[in-house]
Every structure is written in C-alpha cells, then in structure tokens.
Design a protein around this ligand. Structure first.
Ligand code: GLY
Length: 369
C-alpha cells in the first residue's frame, strides 16, 4: 500500500470505479483510519518500522485539530492521535486531542442536546435537513470522554453524556434497531424527521449504523459505568446477532431489511442489477470489535465473544480476506460505503481494515494468557 501512495497527503480509502485505489485528501471523514491501522500493525508486530510510519502518517493530520465543519473530527483524530497517545504518551498528541475535542463541542446545541453531524441542509434525495444527527456520531464521543479524563473539564463529559442520552431516546427504536438520521429543529430541539441516508428505507436498519451504535454505547458504558448505556449496547447487539436475515457467517447484508415487505426505499432502487444483495464486511468488523469489549461487561458475555469470534473467522477466510498484493492492498473485501448513492458497493474500505485489526488485537489480548 505504502508503495502506491502518490503523494504526501493522499490517504487510502477504497477501490474506485475502474478498479484503481481511491484516495482522500484531508477533506473527508476517513483519513484517521490509515494512520490508526499503522498503529495497530505496530502493536501486532512490535516493529520500529511500523511505529515510525504510524508517527509520520498521524502527524500529517495535526491541522485537522481545528476542524469544525462536521462531526467526523472524532473518527479522524481519535483513531490516529488517540492510538498515538495511547502508545507513546507524547504530550503533544494529548494537546492535539484536547484541541480536537474543543472543536467538536462547538457543534453541540444545548436545546436539542446533540452534536450536529453535517452542515449540509439538503439531503441527496431532495429532503430538507435542519439539524441532522446520525447514529455514527456516537463514535465521536470517545474523543470527548478522553478530553474530560485528561483535563477534568466536565463540559466534555456532559456534552458526551447528553448526546448519548438523546441518541438513546431518539435514534433507538423499541426493538433496539436504529434510525440512521434524526433531524432536529435547532431552535426548539423538536424532532422533525427520522430518516435514512445510507440505508434501505427510513424505517430499516442500516447494518453499519447498528454497528456504530453497538460500539458507541459499549464505549459510553466503559467511560461512564452507566447501566442505561450498557442496556442499550446489549440490546442493540442482541438485535444484530439474532436477526433472521443475518447470514450464518455473521457478515450482514448492507441493510437488515433489504427487499423485506414493509420497507420501501424512496430512492431509485434496482434489485435486478445484483445477483445477491451485497454484504458489508465493515459492519461486521466494527461489530466484532465492539462485541469483544461488550462480552467483558456482562454476565452472558460468552455469546458475544463467540459471535465475534465467528465473524472474525469469516472475515479471515478467503471469501473476505484478500490475498497479499491483491484488492489494492486492502485487507478485507466486500464492504459497502453507500448503496443508495451507488457509491463504494462491494469494495474494500479503509475503516473495515482498521476495525478488523482492532478486533484481532482485542481477541489476541483476551485469549493470550
Ligand atoms: N460514518 C460514515 C459511514 O459510516 O459511512
């Protein structure tokens, strides 16, 4: 991978149309995952070479600490500098993370009690968004809990807790499936719509969204010890692992409700163009990592551990794990970025690799005695 990167600020993301590797340039949400993967490779190998590369690729992201354009600063900075600080204790990385957390909380609205995800006001299908918040945003709270622990400033903890409470109330349905987007009125805090952007239908469950929720609420429990967050994480996990549409290998379809009665897409869906509904390996990798952590917090953790192990066995099989030198040098095949946008369907994704490496590390730590 490193040999094919064309320049300093090109961050690998996926395979683009035409089969070539597609890069982003610090303007998207995924730039933290490649440096983060280098940190996990360093941990897996204990090799100085990976450490030096991880430092080099992490430090390129330093200017992003002031980014306030979207919520993804949590993904970008915590996966890169968060791992960097965890493994080096370099105080400069700590300061960068704290500044990043300050940038993230500028997007918090007291009335709605949530951090705004996107500035975009017009949805891709023409619908209006006023103050959109996506389930993915749970992941960005880890940066805030870090800043609270490091500074003692309760604003970071309070924003994270409030965001998680409101997400639990508005994004999570009674059966513990999840909406992708909740659109608020920023003046009153009222919920205007509950929708999807990357899922099949507004009332469906987008597989990666459910994965972000399981991971996010498990992490929120770790950081707060709050039983209500653990309850959400467990029930969201149960929804995922016992869903009737989940294939036996534990790798979900890109949305749990594709083609199911009662779920109507409001975008131009042509099922005939696919022989089989694509799977999303990224959702499986995120879920596996989350379930390994969750399994340590509950009495019946064995079922989550076993399920995560099964997912990792599937992801490590030739069906999902690419041969060395193939798949544009990404580790995993068969992920989906956004099906409704016809973008990144059945391709590798850098964040699938990141959470796969994280899950393998967690598994190794839990099984090495
Ligand atoms: N956070 C964006 C995505 O999961 O596609």
């Amino acid at each position: 991978m490193l040999q094919v990167i064309p320049g300093e600020d090109y961050f690998p993301r996926t395979t683009g149309k035409g089969g070539y590797i597609h890069f982003t340039r610090m303007k998207d949400w995924t730039e933290g995952f490649f440096p983060g993967s280098l940190w996990y490779l360093y941990e897996h190998s204990d090799s100085e070479r990976w450490k030096q590369l991880a430092i080099q690729w992490t430090e390129k992201l330093e200017p992003l600490k002031n980014l306030t354009d979207h919520h993804d600063i949590g993904f970008m900075m915590y996966c890169s500098f968060g791992n960097a600080y965890r493994l080096t204790k370099n105080p400069e990385y700590r300061d960068i993370l704290i500044q990043s957390a300050r940038s993230l909380i500028t997007r918090f609205n007291d009335t709605a009690g949530v951090i705004e995800s996107w500035n975009q006001r017009k949805a891709w299908d023409g619908a209006m968004w006023y103050y959109p918040v996506i389930i993915d945003n749970m992941m960005n709270l880890e940066l805030l809990y870090f800043a609270y622990k490091e500074t003692g400033d309760t604003i970071f903890r309070d924003v994270a807790n409030t965001h998680a409470e409101v997400t639990a109330r508005e994004h999570i349905r009674d059966d513990y499936s999840s909406y992708h987007v909740v659109n608020y009125d920023e003046a009153t805090g009222d919920v205007l719509h509950k929708q999807t952007c990357q899922g099949f239908a507004d009332n469906s469950t987008w597989a990666r969204g459910q994965a972000w929720g399981i991971y996010g609420f498990t992490m929120a429990y770790r950081e707060t010890g709050r039983a209500d967050f653990l309850e959400i994480a467990k029930n969201m996990a149960d929804f995922f692992i016992s869903h009737p549409n989940l294939p036996d290998d534990g790798i979900p379809l890109w949305d749990f409700n594709v083609d199911q009665p009662g779920y109507q897409p409001d975008w131009d869906y042509s099922p005939e163009s696919f022989i089989q509904t694509p799977r999303d390996a990224s959702a499986a990798a995120i879920t596996a990592s989350a379930l390994l952590e969750l399994s340590q917090y509950v009495d019946d953790g064995e079922k989550y551990f076993k399920f995560a192990e099964r997912q990792l066995q599937s992801l490590s099989s030739p069906e999902y794990r690419a041969n060395v030198g193939e798949n544009n040098n990404f580790l995993l095949k068969h992920s989906v970025g956004s099906f409704p946008h016809q973008a990144e369907i059945d391709v590798p994704l850098v964040y699938a690799d990141y959470y796969y490496l994280e899950a393998l590390k967690r598994l190794a730590e839990m099984t090495d005695s």
